[in-house]
Design a protein around this ligand. Structure first.
Ligand code: NI
Length: 173
């Protein structure tokens, strides 16, 4: 069996990362074909989550795998936050769209989310720890929000110029 073709990941500050995703109308063949490609792209990049927004597909679809063994893929289609704990904690985050940058973001320590799985069945996911953080981070992507937007304007501008410079150098090389 051929491995799924990888998808290019948009890099901050690409304006397409700020697109608000539309709900998936139906888990059809196109969606079923996209899921393995998103998972392969996430695993290839050593990420724990990837939102469709990051591969320039503006639909409410997320793939996640926070397992150490990298064999527990989760698919969340049209995720809706049902509950988030008032208790929050600041933890270090990174993002495949913001390569090499890690910084602290405050998130609820537990969430409950309703979503369709890859077969289109409705599921409720109760998450805490890294999974809870990852779900919140990826759901932000679907709203066009990148984690660096939680940081100060000064930090964000530094990150922007660093990534723009790195891209220019990569293009010249
Ligand atoms: Ni991200």
């Amino acid at each position: 069996m051929n491995s799924p073709e990888l998808l290019p990941i948009l890099c901050y500050p690409d304006p397409r990362l700020h697109t608000v995703a539309k709900p998936v109308a139906e888990v059809d063949d196109d969606i079923r074909a996209l899921i393995p490609r998103m998972l392969a792209t996430m695993y290839d990049a050593n990420g724990i989550g990837l939102a469709a927004t990051q591969v320039d597909v503006h639909l409410r679809l997320i793939v996640i795998d926070v397992s150490e063994t990298r064999d527990q893929p989760m698919v969340l289609i049209n995720p809706e936050l049902e509950w988030a704990s008032d208790e929050k904690r600041k933890g270090e985050e990174g993002c495949l769209s913001v390569p090499g940058i890690y910084d602290g973001v405050e998130r609820s320590i537990a969430v409950r989310v309703r979503a369709l799985d890859g077969e289109g069945h409705s599921r409720v996911i109760e998450a805490e720890g890294m999974l809870a953080v990852c779900i919140q981070h990826e759901m932000d992507h679907l709203l066009g929000k990148v984690f660096v937007e939680y940081l100060s304007m000064l930090k964000r501008n530094r990150i922007k110029s660093k990534l723009v410079k790195a891209r220019r150098e990569a293009e010249r090389a």
